[in-house]
Every structure is written in structure tokens, then in C-alpha cells.
Design a protein around this ligand. Sequence first.
Ligand SMILES: [Cu+2]
Length: 164
Amino acid sequence: MTQTRREVLKTAAAVTLTAMLPASMARAEGTVHEVQMLNVHPDDKKKRQVFVPDIVRAQPGDTIKFIAADKGHNAESNEDMLPEGAEGWEGPMNKDVEVTLTTEGAYGYYCKPHQALGMVGLILVGDVSGNYEALKEVKQRGKAKKVFPDIFERADAMLAAEAS
Ligand SMILES: [Cu+2]
């Protein structure tokens, strides 16, 4: 028995739909952004105790996966640097942790043992206009006072590029 052309097309369409299903389900759950927790920056050996990348551009519902590539680090939200109504997090030491962010706005975070050494990062979720500028005024500890202005300079450029 031979298939008609119509039957062949129907079969092909069914296969295509099945193949596409996992991808569309993954999209519904949001994108996963990986951030490595490292002792030394891979592109600049002078930068020690770093999150790479230290800026993540995300959308509501996206997940940030902090990866314990090196030991001795964690990632936790700076409670002075959260969007209004957003929940913070406190990741365990030496372990990967996933955080799903649903509230729009800018989030600052740090590694507890290395906050004063400048191990800090920024996550921008969706529309950040509600708190982004205010985060620049938050008082920082130790070397984070020098690191955050550099992060904000690059984040400014990123947001300006989106707006143009
Ligand atoms: Cu650290």
C-alpha cells in the first residue's frame, strides 16, 4: 500500500509538531542564564573573586543559575538592591543555585565572603525603570564601591543600546 501525497504531508506535520514541543515548553518556563562563581576572571587574571558575567539581562520568569565553578563562593541578594515587592534569595556556599525572578526591576547581589572584595553582580529583569537609578545610590562596602560604578557604566550602555 502506498501513501497518498496528502497522508505524507500530514505525517510530516505531526513529526514537526512533536519535535517542536520541548522547545516551546522550555520557552514558557523562561530562559536560563548561567553565572559562574570564579576565583579568577578568565579574561583578566588581575580580577579575582568574580561573577562571570557580572551583568545579566533577563525577562520576568527567567532563571539565573549560579554555578559553583570554584569553591568558596555563594550568591545572595543585597536586600537594599531589590525591586519593590521582589523576593530576595540566599544561595548556599559551594553549590549551584537557581533563582527564578518574576518581578521586574534591577537586582544587586553579592558573594557573602567576598562582598568587600568586590564580588558583586547585577541582574536586570524586564522594565528596570522603577528602581535602576536608585540602586546606583546604595551605599557599598569595601571594593564593591569601585566595582559597582563600573558595572553600572556597562549596564547604562546596555540599556541605552536597547532604547535606540
Ligand atoms: Cu566569593
